[in-house]
Design a binder for this molecule. Structure first.
Ligand code: CP
Length: 335
């Protein structure tokens, strides 16, 4: 049995096979290959796309999805081993994961970082506990990476660029009034590297570079395929030559838990918003974003409404890649 916690656990060939399945599923009505199967979707954080695409995807394959929101309609859960549970949590993840495993064929989890201490958040305690105690496959619906978004991005790039090898991906930090999760930035970096792209990470300063785990993985994967990973703080230089501009905002890791100290850096970097002037520095690059997106804060209307924008295509592809993923995991085709 295999979990789907991060694409770092999967080879490029395995990812390509999932993408081929997704293309097949996208091309016509799905057969009810998961009839009689079920999945529990545990949301510790809000969602529009992930919840809709997983629920509907499972329905289209003939199975059943059950949404649970711990602490809101389902009991709050304890994750610390040995905890004296005299606080809010009513049950421990050991029981939750084992009991759900008796009911359903897979468990999917969305659990964002707590944004207090990165050293703690980077351990990804919630999903790793489910993976440890569940006896069915566990799927990451976004924790400190967002591997399902990665699959959707990869499929969209294959469709729109005619392939990914040797194409240039710019992952740019963009302004948001609040510090956000680094998950999608980590994910964009590693999937672009895995898919044979030249990758540039553009961010306001060294403080906004990503966790070394993902920087190193991207560096190794690009080098292994004769590609490059570049870190840039220069907008003009970074946009030049890009085939795809991928925007995301995130909080600076050294400032976790000290966000008031980060605020001046963030406010001084509002000019990273993606606009037509920056896009004009590229040779006609595509634009995408994982969504949700704040218009005219992260990206201008002009860019989002242009024919180069593929963010809605990427969002649509969530359902196709997740159907491929659930079908492969629940029918034991991923080992
Ligand atoms: N991109 C994404 O995961 O969207 P939701 O947060 O709406 O699920």
């Amino acid at each position: 049995m295999r979990h789907f916690l991060t694409t770092l656990d999967y080879s490029r060939a395995e990812i390509e096979a999932l993408l081929a399945d997704a293309r097949r599923l996208k091309s016509g009505p799905a057969a009810p290959t998961l009839a009689g199967k079920s999945i529990a979707l545990l949301f510790f954080n809000p969602s529009l796309r992930t919840r809709t695409s997983f629920e509907l995807g499972m329905h289209q394959l003939g199975g059943k999805a059950i949404v649970l929101e711990p602490g809101k309609g389902a009991w709050p859960i304890e994750f610390d081993d040995g905890a004296i549970m005299d606080g809010e949590p009513e049950e421990h993840v050991r029981e939750v994961a084992q009991v759900l495993s008796r009911y359903v064929d897979a468990i999917a989890v969305r659990a964002f970082p707590k944004f207090k201490r990165w050293e703690e958040d980077r351990e990804d305690k919630v999903i790793n506990a489910f993976a440890r105690y569940a006896t069915v496959p566990v799927i990451n619906m976004e924790t400190i990476t967002h591997p399902c978004q990665e699959l959707a991005l990869a499929l969209t790039l294959q469709e729109k660029l005619g392939g990914t090898d040797g194409k240039k991906m710019l992952v740019t930090w963009t302004y948001h009034p609040r510090p956000l999760n680094t998950a999608v930035a980590n994910s964009a970096l590693i999937i672009a590297a895995k898919m044979g792209m030249d990758v540039t990470l553009l961010c306001p300063s060294e403080a906004y570079t990503l966790d070394p785990r993902y920087m190193s993985a991207a560096a190794e994967m690009t080098a292994a395929q004769g590609r490059t990973l570049t870190i840039s703080h220069d907008i003009d230089e970074a946009y030049a030559g890009a085939d795809i501009v991928y925007a995301k905002s995130w909080g600076a890791l050294p400032f976790f838990g000290r966000w008031e100290e980060e605020r001046p850096l963030r406010e001084a970097s509002r000019h990273f918003m993606v606009d037509a002037e920056k896009m004009a520095k590229t040779p006609g690059a595509l634009f995408s974003h994982c969504l949700p997106v704040r218009r005219n804060v992260k990206v201008t209307d002009e860019v989002l409404d242009s024919p180069r924008a593929i963010h809605v295509d990427e969002a649509e592809n969530r359902i196709h890649v997740q159907k491929a993923l659930m079908d492969a995991l629940l029918r034991g085709r991923l080992g």
